[in-house]
Design a protein around this ligand. Structure first.
Ligand SMILES: C[S@@+](CC[C@H](N)C(=O)[O-])C[C@H]1O[C@@H](n2cnc3c(N)ncnc32)[C@H](O)[C@@H]1O
Length: 291
């Protein structure tokens, strides 16, 4: 049953606080009172979809065992999923010029290379990594290189897996990349672009809440966690950096978003080696097991 939008209820301060607390507990997301109308309009959409007429009923639902799936959908409705291809392009330049030469030599000598896009949203980030790799390593299919792409939000992962984007979404992609790494598909009213199998085959999408257990074994040579922790409170951010260190290979790289920083006094071995770019010193260990 769908309620007409003019019947949408008003969210009280107590109801807002209850929902903000659940979003914080479940996903680390922080919503201050200033975001109340945004939260209200997003949750209202869930209420209308479910035919529920009050926020208190909705809060009871997501707090109950039967509401487990709805809780996931609520978190999904509250996350910000904006992304774009080759976003913060300096990271992809560093990847091509400084990171990949060494990793490719290692892979060509039989080594395993693992890259993690943590908070991958609709796929533009891991596919940009894959395109960067393919542009410097035409022999990639013969190498053991994999990109793990994770997100808390099942909806964005489904979009990412399909890998189809509008022409507008390809604005940052030059014609070389567009011709080599996308094929055209019809969408009824126009043309879309789908990543080729060569690109798609490098990326493995999995649902993962960064606040919970990370089931992967081994180490990552490169981690992208960009524009994700910005939505978390400081304590959650501070607890994540050492966890990223614990799964980063020696000499491994960590790229964070443009407004994110590892605090200077943080107790990790990451060194700031470029704009929003961090690296661990070298010691020996083994790459991550994805399956
Ligand atoms: C703004 S997007 C960033 C996408 C991409 N990394 C980029 O920079 O373009 C943030 C993503 O983080 C995800 N996210 C939020 N909280 C999360 C959590 N607790 N665990 C995993 N992913 C989370 C959201 O679902 C969203 O897709």
């Amino acid at each position: 049953m769908h309620l007409p939008s003019h019947l949408s209820p008003e969210m009280s301060d107590t109801e807002f606080s209850a929902i903000a607390e659940i979003a914080h507990r479940e996903a680390g997301l922080v919503f201050t009172q200033g975001k109340a109308s945004l939260v209200q309009s997003r949750i209202n959409r869930r209420l209308r979809k479910l035919g529920i007429s009050s926020f208190s009923q909705y809060i009871s639902l997501i707090s109950s065992q039967q509401g487990e799936n709805e809780l996931k959908l609520m978190i999904s409705s509250l996350t910000t999923n904006i992304s774009s291809f080759l976003r913060e392009s300096h990271h992809f330049e560093i990847l091509a010029d400084k990171v990949l030469p060494q990793l490719l030599s290692y892979a060509r000598a039989g080594g395993r290379v693992r890259i993690w896009s943590a908070g991958c949203s609709t796929g533009q980030e891991p596919y940009s990594i894959a395109m960067t790799i393919c542009s410097v390593a035409p022999d990639v299919e013969a190498l053991d290189i994999k990109i793990l792409a994770t997100d808390i939000d099942e909806n964005v992962l489904n979009t990412a897996r399909v890998g189809t984007y509008s022409e507008r979404e390809l604005a940052n992609i030059d014609s070389n990349y567009r011709n080599n790494f996308f094929s055209k598909t019809q969408n009824g009213s126009g043309t879309d672009f789908q990543v080729t199998n060569q690109i798609r085959n490098l990326v493995f999408f999995r649902e993962l809440n960064l606040l919970r257990n990370w089931p992967m074994k081994g180490f990552f040579d490169v981690i992208f966690c960009r524009n994700v922790v910005i939505y978390f409170d400081e304590g959650t951010q501070l607890s994540l950096w050492p966890r990223f260190e614990s799964v980063t290979a020696s000499g491994g790289w960590l790229f964070v978003g443009h407004s994110e920083r590892l605090p200077e006094k943080l107790d990790t071995h990451f060194q700031n080696v470029g704009p929003t770019t961090y690296r661990l010193p070298n010691k020996s260990n083994t790459s991550a097991e994805l399956e």
